[in-house]
Design a protein around this ligand. Structure first.
Ligand code: 1GP
Length: 280
């Protein structure tokens, strides 16, 4: 019997890695708890026009699979971007999405978020032939709703070693992304010092979100080494989503370019390219 050396990397993950070669990315988070399907579709289109790279859909509390399905379908129809589920639980799966972040809340104290929801969701994802993207999810204080719902033993902002240890564990488990989360709407985002330490420790891309509300915070995260920044609240509260995101991405543009140049200079590379034989 022949075994594949590693699971097949499918198109959404490949899309992310290909874009990462040119610098950090921005993902727009849509929380189905806070949006009607129509509002979500408008938001997704504005995000695409502004230059965001993917749409994440998910929330900590939604438990209405039909609303989720309608919302994902409308978002998919209106935006040409990959639509990736960022589920709070196994009921948040929709046939219309392109991929799902198959994640483990690594600092949860509840087996449900460590393995229970994943076991419930896996057969559904398999049946739908949806692309799972294995990801270690680490919640940092203040943690917000996800910290509470996910029963996280929050990592304190100054506990850099704990963040690094969780990220290393994720990588050793074979997860292909690490997500440092301060919680949606967090007063304070993940500290740059923590991002920097995690980025140095792991070879997989580092996603950072929670409380990134302005260019400064986004820039700090990117300068510290974030490969992907995620914003949700920023656009939810915006009068003009397109303008808000365009302004953010435009001002990051120049900074991102400098960051890319630095990366090229130091020959930074991603672990997946070894496993893909340079496919990305
Ligand atoms: C939440 O990290 C995301 O999972 C986004 O947070 O809503 O604060 O942008 P914000």
């Amino acid at each position: 019997m022949r075994f594949r050396r590693s699971p097949r990397i499918e198109w959404v993950e490949d899309y992310i890695y290909r874009h990462l070669r040119h610098g950090p990315l921005h993902f727009t988070l849509i929380d189905p708890d806070n949006q009607s399907p129509r509002e979500a579709a408008d938001l997704a289109q504005a995000a695409m026009d502004a230059g965001s790279h993917a749409i994440l859909i998910g929330g900590s509390t939604l438990d209405d699979p039909r609303k989720m399905d309608r919302l994902v379908k409308m978002v998919k129809k209106r935006s040409g971007l990959p639509v990736i589920l960022f589920p709070g639980g196994s009921t948040q799966v929709s046939t219309h999405a392109d991929a799902v972040l198959f994640m483990q809340l690594l600092n949860s104290t509840d087996p449900r978020f460590l393995v229970g929801e994943q076991v419930r969701g896996a057969p559904v994802i398999d049946k739908l032939r949806m692309e799972p993207i294995p990801m270690g999810y680490i919640v940092v204080a203040p943690g917000g709703t996800v910290g509470k719902v996910g029963k996280a033993r929050l990592i304190e902002p100054n506990d850099i070693d704990a963040a690094v240890a969780h990220a290393l564990a994720a990588q050793m488990f074979g997860m292909r992304f690490v997500y440092l989360e301060a919680g949606s709407g967090a007063e304070t985002p993940v500290p740059p010092r923590m991002i920097r330490a995690v980025k140095r420790a792991v070879r997989v891309p580092v996603i950072v979100g929670g409380g990134i509300r302005d260019v400064e915070a986004a820039h700090d995260a990117i300068r510290a080494g974030a490969d992907v920044i995620v914003t949700g609240t920023l656009v939810e509260g915006a009068v003009d989503v397109h303008k808000t995101l365009s302004d953010l991405l435009f001002s990051l543009g120049e900074k991102l370019k400098r960051q890319v140049r630095r990366r090229l200079d130091i020959g930074d590379d991603y672990v997946h390219e070894d496993t893909l034989g340079g496919r990305a």
